[in-house]
Design a protein around this ligand. Structure first.
Ligand code: NAP
Length: 246
């Protein structure tokens, strides 16, 4: 159970982040559901947590915007006190072959997927380090391990999270707080829905378990990492990928 823990889930309005927010809320955590533009969806997640007896707030900010993130962190502290757990989940894709990828396509994916991780982690670093069971959980991807055609920008950001996680894990270790990375395979969300059917069929052929992950497959792992049970794990990269090799 996560009673008494305050968790911030970036990109909690849809997809994997939505599932993580609901899972953490159902285990007793107070949850800040961050979103950029999907306000109605974020409020639906909050309602779901509250209907189940939990506490949650919708917290708007573009994670790529430092000032907005600072405002969001203050909003969370006012509502629930100092956060204990940060789940860096918000992420985007702008897929193109590298030859066709513009500098803008590259920069926007860097700004959200890595800049957002910098902004949120930097703003909440002291809160998490000083928490009794502080947890930083970064959502990467098997694409950061294998690479993927048409995703040079995205794969770079997802690989970047490995070095980031291992380094901040060292810098947090003295306080007893941990940092870990979850690298899901292909998960049934809006992000995957953008991939054409014929490519999805080819991807499934590469997955030993012969199915895409569900959001629950990932949120269960995040719940474990957020809990006391994972206290002796830090700096790890956990694949939730149906057995794909890398
Ligand atoms: P999704 O369905 O597209 O949802 C993305 C979420 O991120 C939304 O809640 C969105 O909120 C939020 N978001 C996007 N840009 C944001 C920004 N600048 N600031 C704040 N929030 C922002 O994506 P998903 O499939 O759930 O993916 C979630 C994470 O898992 C990503 O980091 C992704 O790389 C990773 N992942 C996904 C898969 C997969 O197959 N789906 C596999 C491995 C890893 P708004 O709608 O409000 O913008």
């Amino acid at each position: 159970m996560l009673d008494g823990q305050t968790c911030v889930v970036t990109g909690g309005s849809r997809g994997i982040g939505r599932g993580i927010a609901i899972e953490l809320g159902s285990r007793g955590a107070d949850v800040a559901v961050n979103y950029r533009s999907s306000e109605a969806e974020a409020h639906e997640v909050v309602d779901r947590i509250e209907d189940a007896g939990g506490r949650a707030i919708a917290a708007q900010s573009d994670v790529a915007d430092r000032e907005e993130v600072e405002g969001m962190c203050e909003q969370v502290r006012r509502a629930f006190g100092s956060p204990d757990v940060l789940v860096n989940n918000a992420g985007i894709t702008i897929d193109k072959t590298f030859a066709n990828m513009t500098r803008e396509d590259w920069d926007r994916v860097m700004d959200v997927n890595l800049g957002g991780v910098y902004n949120c982690t930097h703003c909440l670093f002291d809160d998490i380090k000083e928490a009794e069971h502080g947890r930083l959980i970064n959502i990467s991807s098997v694409v950061g391990q294998q690479g993927n055609y048409g995703q040079a920008n995205y794969a770079t950001t997802k690989s970047g999270l490995f070095g980031f996680t291992r380094t901040v894990a060292l810098e947090m270790a003295r306080s007893g707080s941990t940092a870990n990375c979850v690298a899901p395979g292909f998960v049934e969300t809006d992000m995957l829905a953008e991939v054409p059917d014929r490519i999805q069929e080819k991807i499934i052929e590469r997955i030993p378990l012969r199915r895409f992950a569900t959001v629950d497959d990932v949120s269960g792992m995040v719940r474990f990492l957020a809990s006391e049970e994972s206290s002796y794990m830090t700096g790890q990269i956990l694949g939730v990928n149906g057995g794909m090799e890398w």
